[in-house]
Design a protein around this ligand. Structure first.
Ligand code: IVH
Length: 700
């Protein structure tokens, strides 16, 4: 289904009109497609509340008309299994939780239990947080962590062992010798989420919508070094083997998991023996939410007496001994003062609501993205409207709906502009895509501004003294027109000196920083170009590949050689490069084709630094070739980056954290937890001397 069609169908189902059984297949398809956005692309296009509403509608219709299909989203636990990872079976099924949205639903929960147990005795409940991350299952054999799976379809999950091994608070050994599965949630703390999105913004990369998507994307990475850099944490809340009846209470299971070295839901844990008291407590917690520093989306109530779990049983989807109460999304009333059309670096035009300053969840919000024009139309958002504002994932504000009753007729509908609000070029839309964009890649000022910010940025050409304001100013003077024009700014020295606030010293600093950047590394230049989906890691792999393609007897300059290789590079070549998948490959080819002139003009004024010795070492294998190495501690005379570079030039593969797959750890003074971990895992520890010798660099 095209995205606009999907959104229109979604809005139709959510509108509250009565739905006939004939529409069930469509509703199932709509939900499946939202599942794909959520689980496969990790980029949902509707809010959780809207999804839950669709899902509830489906459950209700299927029950009402006794129409249950085996391919219905209600017949499986949820998340699919992607092709990216090996699929492996769980020892016991990984079920989900039943959801409730009203504390009063807990009466029904207790009644069901009482009917089955046929008891009037008090029932003891555990109350803990519902952690909003990615459910995973860890398998230990003989006390060692041997496997980590995502929940997948509940029966089989994706094998993400290597990635989970990088999470620092997951014990790699536990004092329990039988085979055991321990389950819990991988979450991304708020501060880490903010840091990652800041870094992605600086690189012009797509931001994660919320910490849960970021956690899921980080665990389902093909490169575990990326996972390692994401600051993920794991909290345990279940262990089927310990819940087989040998331990009396769930609270004791949690204690036991703690004694194995896990962090658990004990961070917030209460027991209650009276459902009324529990309902009051949940209502209290809804207004004064526990704030553990990561996202929680509700509370989980579990019967504390495990002996009764087997008696109350399970459905195909969830156990009857537990229920989740989902917190309502935090909402605030706001007013839409204006709607702007913002043009991004890639030319995409996005409607943005400018709001009367509104306090929500401890911050003041002044704008909210409306994502795209289909959403604007579906939600019928107008200038002057009063609306409900929600902070999704407690971070990114979005408009949930307008308050129709508050309209007085003065509200102004807003339509998608036909032309770029910045340069006036007619907007375009690619088939099957929802976004509209300005196709004026070469001279749209908004695209130039965004592109230049990435170009001069730290991970790009790294030109100090070159800031957003200067880009704006030089652009307006017409002396900054494309990447290559940065290197002609010296011709305009006098013009710049004549500008307000520009002194001899600052202009010299700027021009000399520009000169230095002519000798940038190829990988930085690739980041600087701002190719969609090419971040630092991809750029580094691409740079290594391009360098290796240069014939040894080449008489051309590095830039000529690289351009020639870029001209003949194919999809297949690109997809064979580590870190480059089909999307990055398509983006790279598209970019190279669209921007040929710009790239040639830029390369003509650069003096690119290639990772030289990569070439020589490809043919002559060194003892480091293919070895995965990690670095820790401080080394006299060498920075960490230098050592990484030496190792990589000698064919080694740098990994940022120690796991069972690491071949050796390079450690020296002040080595900390990494050294400890390597010793525990029996991984060889090398000194700098060993390392330099093996890499063929007695000195550097
Ligand atoms: S218990 C058989 N406890 O929420 C029940 N799950 O929406 C096993 N979750 O699949 C799960 N916090 O990934 C349990 N305190 C908690 C939880 C929790 C978050 C996740 C879990 C589950 C999903 C259901």
């Amino acid at each position: 289904m095209h995205t606009p069609t999907l959104l229109a169908a979604t809005a139709d189902f959510l509108s509250g009109r009565s739905v006939t059984p004939r529409e069930l297949p469509l509703l199932r398809q709509v939900i499946r497609e939202h599942d794909a956005y959520y689980y496969e692309h990790e980029a949902p296009i509707i809010s959780d509340a809207e999804y839950d509403q669709l899902y509830k509608l489906l459950v209700w219709l299927e029950d009402e008309y006794a129409d249950h299909a085996s391919d219905s989203p209600t017949a499986s636990v949820g998340q699919g299994v992607s092709e990216k990872f090996e699929k492996r079976a769980h020892l016991s099924p990984m079920l989900s939780l039943d959801n409730s949205y009203d504390p009063d639903d807990l009466h029904g929960f207790e009644t069901r239990i009482r009917n089955i147990l046929k008891t009037d005795e008090p029932i003891e409940y555990a109350l803990e947080l519902k952690l909003d991350g990615l459910g995973v299952s860890l398998r230990y054999e003989g006390g060692s962590l041997v496997r980590g799976l995502t929940r997948g379809n509940g029966t089989e999950g994706e094998d993400v062992t290597e990635n989970l091994c990088t999470i620092s608070n997951i014990p790699k050994r536990i004092p329990y010798s039988d085979t055991i599965e321990i389950r819990g949630e991988v979450i991304l703390p708020h501060d880490e989420f903010a840091r990652i999105n800041r870094e992605r913004a600086a690189l012009g990369e797509k931001l994660f919508a919320n910490p849960r998507n970021a956690a899921s994307g980080s665990v389902r990475q093909l490169d575990s070094a990326v996972t390692a850099g994401r600051g993920l944490r794991f909290y345990a809340y279940s262990c089927p083997i310990l819940e087989d009846g040998s331990i009396e209470r769930y609270s004791e299971v949690i204690e036991r998991l703690g004694s194995f070295g896990f962090e658990t839901t004990k961070i917030f844990f209460e027991t209650h023996s009276d459902i009324e008291q529990l309902i009051v407590r949940i209502a209290e917690l809804t207004t004064h939410r526990p704030a553990p520093g990561f996202d929680t989306d509700g509370m989980v109530v579990k019967m504390n007496r495990i002996a009764d779990w087997g008696r109350v049983g399970f459905t195909a989807h969830h156990p009857r001994y537990a229920i989740a109460y989902k917190f309502p999304a935090e909402l605030a009333r706001t007013r839409i003062a204006d709607i702007l059309h913002s043009v991004g670096r890639s030319g995409t035009v996005t409607p943005v609501a400018i709001l009367d300053a509104t306090a929500i969840g401890g911050v003041t919000v002044g704008r909210a993205t409306l994502h795209n024009y289909s959403e604007l139309a579906i939600k019928d958002i107008r200038i002057g409207d009063h609306a409900w504002l929600m902070r999704a994932g407690e971070v990114i504000p979005e408009i949930v709906s307008v308050i129709i009753d508050a309209r007085d007729g003065s509200e102004m509908p807003v339509h998608r502009p036909d032309t770029c609000p910045v340069c006036g070029t007619a907007l375009a839309q690619d088939e099957g895509k929802i976004a509209w964009y300005c196709p004026n890649r070469s001279s749209c000022p908004a695209q130039l501004q965004g592109g230049m910010e990435v170009f001069v940025g730290k991970h790009g050409m790294d030109i100090a003294w070159f800031w957003k304001k200067q880009i704006e100013l030089f652009r307006s003077l017409g002396i900054l027109t494309d990447f290559a024009s940065v290197y002609r700014l010296g011709d305009h020295r006098d013009t710049i000196l004549g500008l307000d606030g520009y002194r001899e010293k600052s202009v010299s600093n700027l021009l000399s920083a520009i000169e230095t950047s002519r000798h940038a590394k190829l990988e930085n230049i690739l980041v600087a170009l701002g190719i969609p989906s090419v971040g630092r890691r991809t750029a580094r792999s691409l740079a290594q590949y391009l360098t290796r393609q240069i014939p040894d007897d080449s008489h051309e300059s590095p830039q000529e050689s690289i351009l020639a290789i870029c001209n003949r590079i194919t999809h297949e070549d690109l997809e064979n490069i580590p870190d480059i998948g089909p999307i990055a490959s398509a983006n790279i080819l598209w970019y190279l084709q669209e921007n040929q002139d710009r790239i040639v003009a830029l390369f003509n004024v650069l003096d690119i630094r290639l990772p030289e010795t990569l070439k020589t070492n490809e043919d002559s294998e060194s003892p480091l070739t293919g070895k995965r190495f990690c670095v820790t501690g401080s080394f006299e005379g060498y920075s960490r980056d230098q050592l990484v570079e030496i190792g990589e030039r000698a064919g080694g593969i740098f990994v940022s954290s120690v796991s069972r797959e690491t071949d050796f750890l390079l450690a020296w003074e002040k080595a900390g937890s990494k050294l400890q971990k390597a010793t525990t895992l029996g991984i060889p520890v090398w000194t700098v001397e060993d390392f330099l010798k093996e890499s063929g660099k007695e000195s550097w």
